[in-house]
Design a protein around this ligand. Structure first.
Ligand SMILES: [Fe+2]
Length: 576
């Protein structure tokens, strides 16, 4: 049985395909379109999934879209009546979006002309946004039973949903309506601090450790922790009810409206503009916003624990990308085990909607947990060689052992290596499939990477990939972190050994590398360990102000455009 899941008309549109309950392909549309967070109909991602499955659209048994315009319909109407100033254009844009979803079969027919629309119509399931998030977390998790949390900016008029998962069933316990949203709260301060783009929130998270959380009480004025285990915004500080939140133009690029009100400016002072200097005040405010977010997540989770009494929790939604908060959950709540999927953000909606249909709607049995994010594009050595020859690019083809030897030497000699190996990752993190690698022992790696390739804000940290057997030796917490979804403190005595991946507060956003899941990446790190004594590499995504590279062509263009020292495409090595 084939089930296709999609996230469409929403940021990070994507597709995922399951065969008999096993995910065989999943990818974001932005990887093909080359536009970050692309938000239209994911036609190229769908084509890719069908090709991976070796089937045509007609052969699909079910199609799940992670969006249900009917969800909370009367609440939306009530809200629109209560807020007539929300703006005609926002309402029109939402109606346009809703209309697109209701004629999904037309959209499929536009991109796949041979399809029989009437047959297709009978196969389509609309899965509410947060139920799809919950599905992506629980049904992919290793837990037979778990507490569930979906938490984001907003989707289908909901911002937070809690539930309980048992076997192949999710029961929703409670949900919070738009605009009371941790995502809106965090994004409002992200804008206020001078980071205006959709998806800039991780910059505030990276900045926070440079500050002191001096303004926690002041920040708590704008968001109230409530006794029902949830929270409410003080809406007088926010603009969300006036302008809406995220809109999409004809270019399908998400655009965030100004989310905070003048009252916020009166309380916190003038806003920072993008080009303004980052002062200590901005850093302290970032630290305070991050701290309040962490306290809020712990508060919601503790409420959830009281309702469920379970020790396992599965989390998804944009706020689940807050890896700093994620790393502190087991220390600050009653939960002992946390599962967060590789695409915890909205791209994961495709995977979650398909899982929801498979397990919840069709009652098919659960399949083994998903620990691998490698479900994207792949290219054989033959394809790569043919491409390099067509471009007249010189390369050497090396067998695996020799390849690891040459690459680890290059890293030890201060080289920066573009590493394109196996399948692309599903989710925002590069995990050794489409990564740029460097030596973690060097003090100057951040400068080298920023100079040669990334040109990004100097306060943002680079992350370590560590062989899983050594996590305990380097980190204060020993846990499996396959998707770089948690930040842990690095042991004091180890920090000076790996300065390139130690953030200013002594933390690191790790990926624990498992040989059974990432054999080639594992063996490369192990080759580096044998020479350097350190089982770690600096791992940053293979891109330069663009979506992560998806094909040998993207990788080569990035290599030629930047000053990377070596490019590895499977077994082919290109040097300058
Ligand atoms: Fe979401």
């Amino acid at each position: 049985m084939y089930i296709l899941g999609i996230n469409a008309y929403h940021a990070d549109s994507s597709a995922a395909i399951f065969k008999d309950g096993i995910m065989i392909a999943a990818t974001e549309e932005e990887r093909f379109r080359r536009i970050k967070h692309w938000a239209g109909f994911p036609s190229q991602a769908i084509e890719f999934c069908l090709k991976e499955a070796g089937i045509t659209l007609d052969q699909l048994d079910h199609i799940a879209i992670g969006r249900d315009p009917k969800a909370k319909f009367w609440k939306k109407i009530k809200f629109a009546i209560a807020h007539p100033n929300i703006g005609f254009s926002t309402i029109m844009s939402r109606l346009k979006n809703a209309q697109q979803v209701s004629t999904l079969e037309d959209e499929f027919a536009k991109h796949f002309p041979s399809v029989n629309k009437e047959t297709l119509k009978t196969k389509i399931h609309q899965v509410e946004h947060h139920r799809a998030h919950l599905g992506s977390a629980f049904f992919a998790s290793p837990f037979e039973e778990a507490a569930l949390l979906s938490i984001d900016g907003s989707g289908d008029f909901t911002t937070t949903m809690i539930g309980i998962g048992k076997g192949n069933d999710i029961e929703v316990l409670d949900s919070l309506d738009f605009p009371h949203s941790v995502g809106i709260f965090y994004s409002a301060f992200t804008q206020y601090l001078g980071f205006p783009h959709y998806g800039d929130e991780y910059k505030v998270m990276g900045l926070a450790p440079y500050g002191e959380a001096k303004y926690v009480e002041k920040v708590k004025n704008v968001i109230k922790f409530t006794e029902d285990g949830l929270f409410r915004l003080d809406l007088s500080y926010f603009n969300a009810t006036k302008s809406g939140v995220v809109s999409y133009g004809d270019d399908h690029i998400p655009n965030v409206a100004r989310l905070f009100s003048d009252k916020m400016v009166a309380l916190f002072g003038p806003t920072r503009k993008k080009e303004d200097e980052l002062t200590q005040y901005h850093k302290d405010l970032a630290a305070s916003v991050q701290r309040v977010t962490e306290l809020l997540i712990f508060h919601v989770l503790e409420g959830l624990y009281k309702k469920t009494g379970l020790k396992n929790v599965c989390i998804a939604g944009g706020v689940a990308q807050n890896s700093v908060a994620n790393g502190k959950i087991t220390l600050n709540t009653s939960f002992e085990h946390v599962y967060i999927p590789s695409a915890g953000h909205d791209a994961g909606i495709s995977m979650g909607a398909a899982l929801y249909v498979n397990n919840q709607v069709l009652k098919n049995p659960r399949q083994p947990a998903i620990w691998s994010a490698y479900t994207g594009s792949r290219f054989s050595n033959d394809e790569i060689e043919a491409y390099l020859k067509s471009r007249n690019i010189e390369y050497r083809k090396l067998p695996d052992e020799e390849l690891y030897d040459v690459v680890s030497d290059q890293l030890i000699n201060a080289g920066v290596v573009g590493w394109f190996s196996g399948r692309a990752e599903f989710g925002p993190r590069a995990l050794g499939g489409r990564s740029i690698l460097a030596d973690p022992r060097r003090n100057d790696v951040k400068e080298i990477l920023n100079l040669k390739i990334k040109r990004r804000e100097s306060f943002r940290p680079f992350a370590p990939s560590i062989l899983k057997e050594y996590v305990d030796e380097y980190f204060e917490v020993n846990d499996v972190v396959p998707f770089m979804e948690k930040v842990f403190p690095i042991k004091k005595e180890m920090q000076s050994k790996i300065p390139a991946v130690t953030h200013v507060d002594g933390s690191g956003r790790l990926q624990s590398v498992d040989r059974t899941i990432s054999p080639r990446y594992y063996d490369l790190i192990d080759a580096f360990r044998k020479k350097s004594g350190v089982p770690i590499l600096v791992n940053t995504s293979f891109n330069e102000n663009e979506p992560i590279v998806n094909s040998p062509e993207h990788a080569l263009e990035c290599f030629l455009r930047t000053q990377m020292d070596m490019l590895v495409l499977e077994n082919c090595v290109i040097t300058r």
